[in-house]
Write a protein that binds this ligand. Structure first.
Ligand SMILES: Nc1ncnc2c1ncn2[C@@H]1O[C@H](COP(=O)(O)OP(=O)(O)O)[C@@H](O)[C@H]1O
Ligand SMILES: NC(=O)OP(=O)(O)O
Length: 316
């Protein structure tokens, strides 16, 4: 029986760097990552793709605000901006797969699922926004923006500049999980929980209702991987391996980690809170609630990593 791999693709698979952030650049970056993922499919895995949307959801929101400020157009709520990114990014990933399959003569198709993810309406994240979205600003730009938009919350994002932050509640339930399972079983490559999923709560009568927030895609991907009983949860990001003493002259790349070793390294502060730590925590959640294994690696090293020759492997 084919094994299931959930592959979470990070920022660099969508936007290479800040000079390559047009829609066309994004498609080219996606095509490159997708070509590496098709190698995993050729290794015998059924693949589910999840992706981020931090920059894109922020750009969408800002476009809506500027259109409202200058033309009086109706605003687009944050939750709808996020839903829009599932369509626009999902479309590009889907097309990149279809074209790569055509190129390699593989009889497969990809399909994106507009995915709602339930969150707790009382999640403390709603009063403590932490998720960076959209553009990076300098300190001077940030001071100006704070005066112009007193309702915005701007913070320094992993020493890379300042960004606007929005609430990021924890994902609790993937609403479309059964449809996703059916599509995988039918042989589709499924693209799901894009941007962490569209955050929804249940009202008093248990009806779904969208809420303005952006869910962390690594946590949502982990939840989906557990739901699907995935054999492998792969986090594809900007580094080939997880390191200790990252960014220092004592940096050391790690090949293998178990839960206990990983928790010790978290305590010792080896994983940066705005970047590697959420990925590690998402993987721990997966390892503790499934029988699967996890890998952190870069898109270029996906094939070697699945064969056990590269990447950092995380196990129970
Ligand atoms: N201990 C660590 N080992 C490896 N990379 C780390 C570590 N701590 C922080 N990082 C950084 O975290 C980045 C991944 O986080 P981020 O760029 O936010 O992810 P995404 O690919 O989802 O956009 C890596 O590219 C690396 O720069
Ligand atoms: N939603 C989300 O986590 O997006 P990024 O990974 O792009 O920040």
């Amino acid at each position: 029986m084919e094994k299931i791999a959930v592959v979470a693709i990070g920022g660099n698979s969508l936007i290479k760097d800040k000079n390559h952030s047009t829609v066309e650049d994004q498609y080219n970056a996606i095509c490159e990552t997708v070509s590496h993922i098709v190698n995993i499919i050729e290794e015998g895995y059924k693949v589910v793709i999840t992706h981020g949307n931090g920059p894109q959801v922020g750009f969408n929101l800002r476009r809506s605000e500027i259109a409202e400020e200058s033309e009086g157009m109706h605003p687009v709520p944050l939750v709808n901006c996020g839903a829009n990114t599932q369509g626009s990014i999902g479309y590009q990933i889907q097309q990149a797969f279809d074209n790569e399959f055509l190129k390699r003569g593989i009889n497969k198709k990809a399909v994106s699922v507009v995915t709602q993810v339930e969150v707790d309406k009382d999640d403390k994240a709603f009063i403590n926004p932490t998720k960076p979205i959209g553009s990076f600003y300098t300190k001077e730009e940030t001071n100006k923006l704070r005066n112009e938009h007193p309702d915005w919350v701007l913070i320094e994002d992993a020493k890379r500049g300042y960004r606007r932050v929005v609430p990021s509640p924890m994902p609790k339930n993937v609403v479309e999980k059964d449809a996703i399972k059916d599509l995988i079983n039918t042989g589709y490559v499924v693209i799901a929980v894009g941007g962490g999923g569209i955050p929804v709560i249940r009202d008093e009568e248990k009806y779904f209702k969208g809420v303005d927030a952006v869910i962390d895609k690594d946590y949502a991907s982990s939840l989906l991987a557990i739901e699907l009983k995935a054999d492998l949860f792969i986090v594809s990001t900007g580094v080939e391996k997880v390191c200790i003493n990252y960014g220092t002259d004592k940096e050391k790349a790690l090949d293998k980690l178990n839960i206990e070793e990983t928790k010790k390294l978290i305590e010792e502060g080896h994983f940066a809170p705005g970047s590697m730590l959420p990925k590690i925590n998402a993987i721990l959640n997966f390892l503790e609630n499934s029988n699967g294994k996890a890998i952190i690696t870069s898109p270029e090293k996906l094939k070697e990593s699945v064969k056990g020759e590269d990447g950092t492997h995380l196990i129970k």
